[in-house]
Ligand binder design. Sequence first.
Ligand code: SAM
Ligand code: SF4
Length: 326
Amino acid sequence: MLQDSFGRVHNYLRISLTDHCNLRCHYCMPDEHYPFLPQKSLMSADEILLLAKTFVGLGINKIRLTGGEPLVRKDFDEILFRLSQLDVELLLTTNGVLIDKHIDQLKKAGLHTINISLDSLQEKTFERITQRNEFQKTWSNIMLLLKNNFRVKLNIVAIHGHIEEELIDFINLTKNLPIHVRFIEFMPFDGNEWKSEKVITSQEMLALAAKDFDLVKLVDEPHATTKKYKAIGHDGTIAFITTMSNQFCGDCNRIRLTAEGKIKNCLFGKEEIDLLTPLRKGEDITQFILQSVQNKHSVMGGQLEKDYKQTDAKNIINRSMIGIGG
Ligand code: SAM
Ligand code: SF4
């Protein structure tokens, strides 16, 4: 069992398949000249399987594939299929641009829920945020997933001064579509020019939403990072990920594996342990996994303040989000 020194049991692994991406979201991959990992540094499909099996043997029963953009990997379908043979719930976070190329394999692997990042419903704003002209493709792929009965969650990074314009439109989407819209409070990572003034809290967004909708609170799942609501009469739901304004570390069950095979025990932690090098040498990696979990800090990787307004991004040592795997 992957229990840390605070008694938290970890059963949820997020695997980054690559740090490469077909979009360039400024809050995630801030530099157009980001030094992508060379191919040989990335975990191969076989290595991902070996590592995943070791984690499953230690109690992991939920795996999310992420990145970078996981669907840009040429061997994505193979990795997906092989992981689907393990005794785990398999999930995916993607920007959605390539979904149509993989929809049959996603069905075959038994995925039921897919998280898609979509920060704007306006083509021009989408292009400004992602620096790519892929709005129509993303939108038609969201519709394709719904048509194929996938449960679709939309991830929106809420940035103060931007989200106010579209918050109501996003909630309106849930009226006739069974879609789950999740507003994520803007988090600090390397190079993303985070400032506390750019954070809009869930409470602030709720107050804005309450002007136009009658919202009811829904029951949140155990270990959920979201606070869920529903506008009365709507098919879908809305939710807030309150990482900055209301930390949920006490209940954390998540660990991460970067695309080059380093275990990270917290999204905000600077500590990483290389698993891929010992794996390639044929060494037992269990001890390194246990060590990483044991070393986990009680809150926010030991780096962020409890009151986010006191956090100074300059003092945080971490990667860009694209290099971690969100
Ligand atoms: N490429 C995929 C995607 O965009 O969904 C998966 C990787 S992306 C890093 C995973 C999630 O992290 C996305 O939902 C993205 O919006 C979120 N994210 C990235 N940077 C963030 C930030 N600074 N604050 C909050 N969420 C962030
Ligand atoms: Fe790529 Fe996802 Fe990061 Fe956007 S959020 S740059 S789509 S990895």
